[in-house]
Design a protein around this ligand. Sequence first.
Ligand code: UFG
Length: 317
Amino acid sequence: MRLLVTGGAGYIGSVVSDQLLGAGHEVVVLDDLSTGHRDAVPAGARLVVGTLRDLAFEVLDGAGFDAVLHFAAKSLVGESVERPGLYWDKNLGESLALLDAMRRAGVPRIVFSSTAATYGEPESSPILETDPTRPTNPYGASKLAIDTALAEHARLHGIGGVSLRYFNVAGAHGPFGERHTTETHLIPIVLQVAAGHREKVFMYGDDYPTPDGTCVRDYIHVIDLGVAHLLALEACEPGSHKIFNLGNGSGFSVREVIDVCRQVTGHPIPAEVGPRRAGDPAVLVASSERIRSELGWKPERDLRAMVADAWAFARRG
Ligand code: UFG
């Protein structure tokens, strides 16, 4: 297929672009490089630098694209609380521009990076796709609005859409990995301690209603996540919008994650309990039954593999 990958210079977009190329697809990356890196785009892909608002139609029109994989987004929960307008504008506004460009150019399919943050504070665990969506921050709210827009575009304009609701993505795929200028995610921060770039890691709260008091999350390897995108691409059906959770279905606490990092790196990794971080739910674990049964997806890599691959990536320099 001829595919447009928005955000293909970012962490997840670059990994999936490489997997798509490996599967024999043709890939064009559209990225404004606001948080992505030019050198993260795999060699076999063509990079177009610019925003979806400015360039989506120009790139898609008359070029015979079969589908779009839409990763481009602002994705920091804390920043979204401080600057909600930015999140509505970049996430929802640019996605609407993309959907409009697809409709006008006749591109029939889209796979979209949605998030567990659309559910907000869950009432029960594991989280099902049919559970209530009550986002607790503008990041999750903007992603939920895009899911809704996709459903409407499917119903009213016949586009085939799949939203994949990611839980906590980790790991790396060879030279493609996580390198954010402002790092907020647990595993890369812990590995910065192991690499000597930070003195210690703060565990944000140890008084949650969980077995060891720290928050529990469902970690998924970025390679397994990418495999789900290839399956989702095949599952896009004209006129329908489908939603799938993407997680491993089991939870690990902050303490357990740090312990696995200690085992993998052999570094003592000093950790200290700090105050809670605003807006963190105690437990976020996915039910991934729907994608397992409907698309035959199965995660193959455990937390140790995620940490080992992220550590190998971190040490590449
Ligand atoms: N944590 C720490 N110390 C740190 C960093 C994180 O204790 O230095 C804790 C957090 O409080 C949380 C857990 O580690 O309990 C995981 O935090 P991350 O920041 O790695 O990931 P989140 O669970 O906050 O975020 C993920 C995605 C978001 C998505 C969110 C859904 O990265 O995009 O899940 O709530 F919005």
